[in-house]
Design a protein around this ligand. Structure first.
Ligand SMILES: Cc1cc2nc3c(=O)[nH]c(=O)nc-3n(C[C@H](O)[C@H](O)[C@H](O)COP(=O)(O)O)c2cc1C
Length: 88
């Protein structure tokens, strides 16, 4: 099995998760996730986006409402907002 087989397998196995345990995300795991996100290809490699790590509970609750009232957002151990940012 080569690296591409693993990617195909991972794509078939993945699902959206909207329920979370109380286990926190470590700083190292957060960094790993953010670095992986930054590997995504972008047009002309311009990387015209900003990733915002939303930390405060009040901000997370505001997101619940501004994102079509989806309460699971406030229960996620790590909340990332991806913004198109053409000024970068
Ligand atoms: C652009 C985009 C926006 C999405 N927005 C939401 C969302 O607001 N809330 C949500 O619960 N899931 C959202 N999803 C997840 C989809 O509902 C989910 O991927 C789809 O139902 C298939 O389920 P799966 O991811 O488990 O295969 C979004 C997915 C995409 C690609």
């Amino acid at each position: 099995m080569n690296a591409n087989d693993n990617i195909i397998e991972s794509l078939h196995a993945r699902v959206s998760i909207r329920a979370f345990t109380d286990e926190p995300i470590t700083a190292e795991e957060e960094r790993t996730i953010l670095e992986a996100a930054c590997q995504a290809p972008t047009a002309g490699n311009q990387q015209l986006y900003t990733i915002i790590v939303v930390r405060g509970e009040d901000k997370r609750k505001a997101l619940v409402e501004s994102c079509d009232h989806q309460p699971f957002i406030a229960r996620a151990p790590l909340v990332l907002v991806f913004c198109a940012d053409v000024r970068r």
